[in-house]
Design a protein around this ligand. Structure first.
Ligand code: PEP
Ligand code: MG
Length: 315
């Protein structure tokens, strides 16, 4: 079966009842685009732009950025490509943007907060994206990281629109924005849940600290409840809710996320095949029942077990 799968054309992501679940990829630079297309990526759910900035002592020029974004967009003609504006700070510190003396950088001036404090960098990034968009034929979506309020959402959507961005959204990575997702989605065109940070901030456990690594588990029902809030808000407003944290790469958790209301999943290219195969084993109704089983648990481990049991009886 594996050999046949390798030669058969790759199908788009869908549940057993035909409900489409677009399978997108997380990319850290444009060089990885061709391989992702080969593995059946239907688009890009998270393009991390930090690579352009992390290796330098100053921000890249508009021209350097335009070149990188053009290369990315050109690899996905007609497809959705979600670019995240710079997420600096905390686990991605930038000497020219962040204050190295913050005592709690994960709770400091990171993500959109840092860009607002250095707005020229955000404006240059949006300029380069607009130019790359005009030169290529992808469906460009742009989103901001680490958004924690409705006001920040309005700020980002307004400034993105000033640069001609047609689809402007926010990442939901902080409990406050998950809880206010219905209000946030009145302004943003879409939400994309970053489960890595959402887990870190929900469990109050540094995602880089080994001694608290057991808390960094997106199966935790507290995280799942927050994701449900966002899924419900997406349904109520008719706006897309993607997942772009590592959780989407876990095939059974991917089913749970769809059951909670996620409308697309983005993951490392190598995870596409397994997630695609597992989604095909469940209907939307089944995914919702499996999600309910996980939500009712009181720990990450029991949520996983409950989902496994529900999944094997639903098959
Ligand atoms: C996340 O936090 O889940 C996410 C996708 O963003 P990053 O891992 O780049 O912080
Ligand atoms: Mg994040």
């Amino acid at each position: 079966a594996r050999a046949a799968a390798a030669t058969a054309p790759v199908t788009d992501g869908a549940l057993a009842d035909g409900t489409p679940v677009p399978l997108l990829v997380n990319l850290g630079n444009a060089d990885a685009a061709a391989e992702a297309v080969e593995l059946g990526a239907e688009g890009v759910g998270l393009f991390r732009t930090e690579f352009l900035f992390l290796s330098a002592n100053q921000a890249p020029t508009v021209e350097q950025q335009r070149e990188a974004y053009t290369k990315l967009l050109a690899a996905f003609p007609g497809k959705k490509v979600v670019v995240r504006v710079l997420d600096a700070g905390a686990d991605k510190p930038l000497p020219f943007l962040n204050d190295a003396h913050e005592e709690n950088p994960a709770l400091g001036l990171r993500g959109l907060r840092a860009l607002r404090a250095s707005e020229d960098i955000l404006r240059e990034q949006l300029t380069a994206l607009a130019e790359a968009d005009a030169a290529t034929g992808a469906d460009l979506w742009v989103m901001a990281p680490m958004v924690s309020t409705v006001e920040e959402t309005q700020y980002f959507v307004d400034i993105a629109r000033d640069y001609g961005v047609k689809t402007a959204g926010v990442m939901v990575e902080v409990p406050s924005s998950a809880l206010l997702a219905d209000r946030i989605l009145e302004h943003a065109d879409f939400a994309s849940i970053g489960t890595n940070d959402l887990t870190q901030y929900t469990l109050a456990a540094d995602r880089l600290l080994g001694s608290v690594a057991t808390f960094q588990d997106p199966w935790h029902p507290a995280v799942l409840r927050l994701i449900r809030e966002v899924g419900d808000a997406g349904r109520a407003t008719g706006k897309p809710v993607g997942i772009c944290g590592e959780a989407a790469a876990d095939p059974l958790l991917a089913v749970v996320l769809v059951g909670l209301g996620a409308t697309s999943l983005s993951m490392a290219p190598t995870a596409l095949a397994d997630v695609r195969a597992t989604l095909l084993e469940h209907t939307l109704e089944g995914a919702r029942e499996i999600a309910q089983a996980a939500l009712a648990a009181d720990s990450a481990a029991s949520a996983r077990t409950a989902a496994q049991e529900a999944a094997s009886t639903r098959k």
